[in-house]
Write a protein of this length. Sequence first.
Lengths: 113, 115
Amino acid sequence: AQTVTQSQPEMSVQEAETVTLSCTYDTSENNYYLFWYKQPPSRQMILVIRQEAYKQQNATENRFSVNFQKAAKSFSLKISDSQLGDTAMYFCAFQDGSEKLVFGKGTKLTVNP
Amino acid sequence: EADIYQTPRYLVIGTGKKITLECSQTMGHDKMYWYQQDPGMELHLIHYSYGVNSTEKGDLSSESTVSRIRTEHFPLTLESARPSHTSQYLCASSGGPGTVYSPLHFGNGTRLTVT
């Protein structure tokens, strides 16, 4: 069974600085997708960024980028120029051909002014 | 605007009551999911559906049941609520017909408290 591990239960960063959230996963599949979701306090879970395993190029969405290392089964999220609105729980997720997502336990990120 | 809606947002009920948590989506998605999440904790898949009249149990055992009579509607029912059911329930959907590897769209969640 696939597993997703987020080794940082909590992190904090100063506003305008850069922070990296780590995620590793375990699978024997070759084709799959990886996602980062953001869950702000008492608000809706939203998709931040996704990466197709067959693409070597790292995905980027504005201030959010990933470092995808397929051989190492690593999928970290970098947030540049952190903003107060980035304060949230961040979940790494894995999806294979079964189409069910497997989520990590989450990392609570606090952006300090 | 296409979206996914959950009602109620908050619910406090007594032990033994029957409750139904509603979830509807307007995106025409085939796949719908129910997750259980304690505050600030990981998500656990409790039910999913890949289409009308298709429902499956998820990875976390749950005493709840679901139905999928219409594409847009995926309600979750607890026949007899207990304090151990106190949690947040998140509904999600993904994928139009024929799509694969599509991201989930989440509702706002229902925070259930059983006293």
